[in-house]
Design a protein around this ligand. Structure first.
Ligand code: CP
Ligand code: NVA
Length: 309
């Protein structure tokens, strides 16, 4: 299947069928990758990976994914380009399009990613902004589907800040038809206008904000955590530590989840803050499977978006 959009900026840009096609290719290629038998579909193709924030998983998995398909990658930080100050996004996008076959960017402003996509002639992939983290959550959906067979009708409870990862989960709920619950203190929930914009695309989206984490996780199939202070919010760390103090995922909280519930975390984790060692290292945790699946899902996204042989 050919995807209808040039870029991968958010899950809402794609139909359920297209997202399923990415998941299907991911499932087909995962065992091939593990056996070193992937098709060399992208020889000579280059993926530029631009990072304005730190990364372990996103950087490594994108750079490895394109290489596994026979291509290569370039790692670029803002020290080199200085998009917006040294050079306009339009010029960066136009010039890069003459050199590389795809652009993956992790930055602060979703608007910058959209600008690059507007002007680039090659695919632009969102590797995290302050608004969204779509590759993460599509990989997480893949992990949940591997575990449960399907994510439809399941209950996913995100305990923590209504941040970029939480917003992408809400977009995923609208596409895949599962119930998404955010357990967050007042003031840290997903903003109403974002919720309304997701519901405008699919009115039946099952979303609930619940302040009490114990009430929220009852019967959950997935209990999900992320850091309380995201990259770029470091100045708010003390305020956030206080606000989220009673939102730690520990054994007592996990006991309230449904039978067979799994614990997920996008990582990096602040052990002892949003999650205890006993949970992240416990039998319900699938965090390293999730991390591996970033590689497989992003390789599928690249394979479907970047023209190969
Ligand atoms: N989960 C994730 O995106 O990890 P990195 O910040 O290390 O890329
Ligand atoms: N919400 C986190 C996700 C890290 C992968 C952040 O933006 O820092």
């Amino acid at each position: 299947m050919k995807l209808s959009k040039k870029d991968f900026l958010s899950m809402r840009d794609y139909s359920r069928e297209e997202l399923d096609a990415i998941l299907k290719l991911c499932a087909e290629q995962k065992p091939l990758a593990r056996a070193f038998r992937l098709p060399q579909s992208h020889p000579g193709r280059v993926l530029a990976c631009i990072f304005h924030k730190p990364s372990l998983r996103t950087r490594l998995s994108f750079e490895i994914a394109i290489r596994q398909l026979g291509g290569s990658s370039l790692f670029i930080t803002d020290a080199e380009i200085k998009i917006g100050s040294r050079e306009a996004p339009k010029d960066v996008a136009k010039v890069l399009s003459r050199y590389v076959d795809g652009i993956m960017i992790r930055t602060f402003d979703q608007g910058l990613v959209e600008d690059l996509a507007r002007y680039a002639d090659v695919p632009v992939i969102n590797g995290l902004t302050d608004l969204l983290h779509p590759c993460q959550v599509l990989g997480d959906v893949f992990t949940a589907v591997e575990r449960f067979g399907s994510i439809e009708g399941k209950k996913v409870v995100f305990v923590g800040d209504g941040n970029n990862v939480a917003r992408s989960w809400l977009e995923a709920a609208a596409k895949f038809g599962f119930k998404f619950v955010l357990a967050a203190p007042e003031g840290f929930q997903i903003d109403d206008s974002f919720v309304a914009s997701v519901r405008a695309g699919r009115a039946a989206t099952e979303y609930e904000w619940v302040a009490d984490p114990r009430e929220a996780v009852r019967g959950a199939d997935v209990v999900y955590a992320d850091v309380w202070t995201s990259m770029g919010q470091e100045a708010e760390k003390e305020r956030r530590l206080k606000a989220f103090k009673s939102y730690q995922i520990n054994d007592d909280l996990m006991k309230l989840a449904g039978r067979g519930a799994i614990f997920m975390h996008c990582l990096p984790a602040h052990r002892g803050e949003e999650v205890t060692d006993s949970v992240i290292d416990g039998p319900q945790s699938v965090v390293y499977e999730e991390a591996e699946n970033r590689l497989h899902i992003q390789r599928a996204i690249i394979a479907l978006l970047v023209p190969g042989e």
